[in-house]
Structure formats: C-alpha cells, structure tokens
Write a protein that binds this ligand. Sequence first.
Ligand code: PHE
Length: 370
Amino acid sequence: MLLTHQRVVVERGSRSGLPIVVAVHSTVLGQAIGGCRLTHYADWRDGLDDALRLSAAMTEKAALAGLPHGGGKTVIALPPGTVLDEPGRRAVLHDAGDVIARLGGTYATGPDVGTGPADMETIGERTPYVFCRPAATGGSGDSSPHTAAGVLAALRAVAAERFGSPDLAGRSFAVLGLGRVGSHVLRLLTEAGGHVITADVDESRRAVAEQHGATWTDPDSCLTAEVDVLVPAALGGLLTPATVPRLACSAIAGPANNQLAGVSRPANNQLAGVSGPAGNVPGTARLLHERGILWAPDVVVSAGGIVHAIAAELHRESAVQIAARIDGIGETLAGILRAARETGCTPAESASRLATFLLGERAVPAMAAC
Ligand code: PHE
C-alpha cells in the first residue's frame, strides 16, 4: 500500500506514557489542520489507523471548503478503561503539544471527539499551533455551533436536491449522536420546524432530546428509522454493506467524520472510537446510490468548524462574513450533488474528483475517480 501521508509521528508521551499519534497528511495547499481526538482504543494501532484515515479526510475537507490548508489529525489513544484525572489530562495534552510544537507550524490542531476549548488552552501552553482556545484567552472558542450551522446549510442543499425545496419545516430527521455538534444540530433542526427522532449511546443525553421536543429512541432504531434524512452525528464507520440494506431514509447528511466503511466492524470496536475501517469505501457509496439514498459527503458537510476557526483567528473576519462562508457549504454541496446526478457518479466520487482537482497533480487522491 502506498504511503500517502507526508509525515506521521508516533510517540509515547514522556509525561503520560500514553500513545500519541500526529498524522500530517498533506500541506500541498498550506498548513495542515485537524483536531485532537482523545478517546479509548482497544489497541493504540487502531488509534494510528484512525489518525491516518481522519487526517486524509481533513485534506479533502479543507480543500473542498476552499481553505488554503492541508489535513492532519492528532489521536491520543487511551487504553480501554483508562480514566484521566486532571493532572493526567494536562500531562498527556502537554505531551501532544510538544509533538505538535516540534512539527514547526506545518500542522495546527483544534478540538475533536473528547477535547474542547479548555484542552486547547492546555495544548497552547506548549505550542502556538492550536485553534479554538476559549474566547477569553484570544481563541475562537467552541467550534461545534459553527459545525452545526454548516450541517444545516448542507441539509437545505440536500432537501433541495432530493425533495425540490430547501425548506426543512415539516421534514423528518433522525439525528444519531447528541454530543457537542449533534445537540446543536438537533436544536437548529427543531427551530427550523423539523420533526426529529434522536439517539445516543449515552442514555443521559435523553434530557437534551426532550428539552428540544425530539423523540428519543435507541441507536439502532435511529439508524434504520423511516425518515427523510438520517443525520449521523456520532463516530464514523456506520454506513457499511451490512447496515446500508437496513436503512429506510431518503438521504443522509451529517457531521460525523468518515461515515462510509467497506466492511462491518463489531459494535464494541465502534464504541471504542474507531471511526471506520478502510476497505471498499467507494463500494459502500455505490450501494447507497443503488438503493436510491442520497449521501452527502461528510468532508463537505462537517467543514463549518474549521471554516469558522480559520476565518476568525487567522483572517479576523466579522461574524457576518463568517456566517456567509459557512452558508457557502450548502452551495458547494449543491454543486457536488448536481455533478453526481449529471454524470451518474456517486456524490462520494463527485466530491473526491473535485478535491483531486483542487489539490492538483501533486496529491495522491484518497479515492479513485469514477
Ligand atoms: N474537529 C474538527 C474537524 O474535524 C477539527 C478542527 C476544528 C480543527 C476547528 C481546527 C479548528 O473539522
């Protein structure tokens, strides 16, 4: 298999003793960006795999969002059952910060699954290459409401393509995952007049669902619900040759990274934080296509967070300018879905073609064109 990553650092943190992976996939368009994931893995090598896949997706995400940036990712792989106390968390975040500092600015991190603005502040004690520190200390703060705003723009584009109108009022949605981004998506959807059913592996999120008047269900029923749009907002790897035949939605668009997977994984591995195996990912996109389910590529849908952080912190744009940029995710997605329809490609292939074009000849595409 070809090594398509520019640089991958794997290190045992000197303070924490924990495995830290920083994968820099590409700096062809500029500094690589991508969040710091802090979660449990059965084996640290699963964390390495995750970092490799997620960083490659970040290259496409940044390119498709029109940003002069490449893709990277940090994964801190916690062994099963590890609980970090406050000093332990600081230690491992400082370890990660040191690795990022040594990359000399070719990569900058941000929040991701398991980390937030306060953690970015801690990483920021070791390196300046960190986005989304709290607003009080000069950062752009929590990126999740902005990611969610981008998801709404994407959902309008999907509704226009599939149902002939961008209006979300009266449409039905199944939001799978009520973490930081999923909760904001749920709120925005109910405000837009959507009917929402929702689920999370964490039962305590039920209160969030009820607060917004959504119907709570279990994750499998949410995945297979008969709704207009399924909105994956948890970990990736949920669309597989095993799950696609069971879906009853008309379209899928959500912020979870790396939603498509080529083969099924045991459920416990998914809970361990693996965001989707390699394998025949384009084949799964085709299965969705053949079932008549419109899938919006997650690399386009989930870009609101990085768009906001970069526009706010590097370009000091106004809130109005940034909102317009995030809204632009809808137009980008509409173009990709239209191109797919006109050429008979899957949306995954259409997005991948556009990313390859934007990245130019120098980059190895993550997915072959159709
Ligand atoms: N988790 C974010 C993503 O996947 C990563 C990020 C957000 C990086 C904001 C930088 C700034 O897009």
